[in-house]
Design a protein around this ligand. Structure first.
Ligand code: DHB
Ligand code: MG
Length: 209
């Protein structure tokens, strides 16, 4: 999206509060990779989760907690975000962010590699947000479908992967992973899906059977 239009959407619909602003400032100060979602993408996640009346959400890749705050805020007080983070430094920052946002009770952060944690989780999630490493995305797709309830939302960040999704010359494991996830989502008869061109592309699907 044109940067001016993105700013227009953000200022109108996703203006940052002090808590989110502090999380992003800390993120930048610590020179963490600048790969967190954008405010307009956060608002889209929030709207979708409210539309689905989601109470239980699974996130793969907490990073420093920015997306987790948008997600957890969309849930009712008794709702629960389960978020998986492999990097202990990121996990500590995410915990701090959830506490500062008053959301600690609503979030369960599980430290570990997603492929180790996923087999320990009970199915039935109202939504899954995939935003972790890209190579294993085909496996993340299968796990997400297994853990989603019928009618649940499948959400996946970086569907375009900076344009690599359509760059046939990019044979990197990351680009292949992104393309594999998109292909699986498009072809799976259990899913109705598309890609919303927000930031780096947000794949949105609903498990229809
Ligand atoms: C990258 C970007 C992301 O948003 C992400 O979740 C993972 C990786 C990247 O640019 O490499
Ligand atoms: Mg991402």
């Amino acid at each position: 999206m044109d940067e001016r239009l993105e700013r227009y959407v953000t200022e109108l619909f996703a203006a940052e509060d002090p808590v989110l602003a502090a999380v992003l400032r800390r993120h930048a100060d610590l020179q963490l990779p600048p790969i967190h979602i954008s405010p307009d993408e956060g608002k889209l996640l929030y709207v979708l989760l409210r539309a689905a009346a989601a109470t239980t959400v699974l996130e793969l890749g907490a990073l420093a907690g920015y997306s987790g705050i948008w997600i957890a805020r969309a849930l009712p007080p008794h709702g629960r975000l389960t978020t998986i983070e492999r990097d202990p430094r990121h996990a500590a920052l995410a915990r701090q962010a959830f506490a500062e946002a008053g959301l600690a009770e609503r979030v369960r952060l599980v430290e570990g590699a997603a492929l180790d944690v996923l087999p320990t989780l009970a199915p039935g999630f109202d939504a899954v947000f995939v935003d972790a490493d890209k190579e294993p995305l085909a496996q993340y797709f299968e796990w997400s479908m297994r853990l989603l309830r019928p009618g649940g939302l499948l959400l996946c960040d970086n569907a375009f992967f900076h344009g690599a999704a359509v760059d046939a010359a990019d044979r990197s494991a990351q680009a292949e992973g992104v393309r594999a996830f998109n292909r699986l989502a498009a072809a799976d008869p259990r899913l109705a899906a598309t890609i919303v061109p927000v930031r780096d592309g947000l794949l949105v699907g609903v498990k229809i059977r």
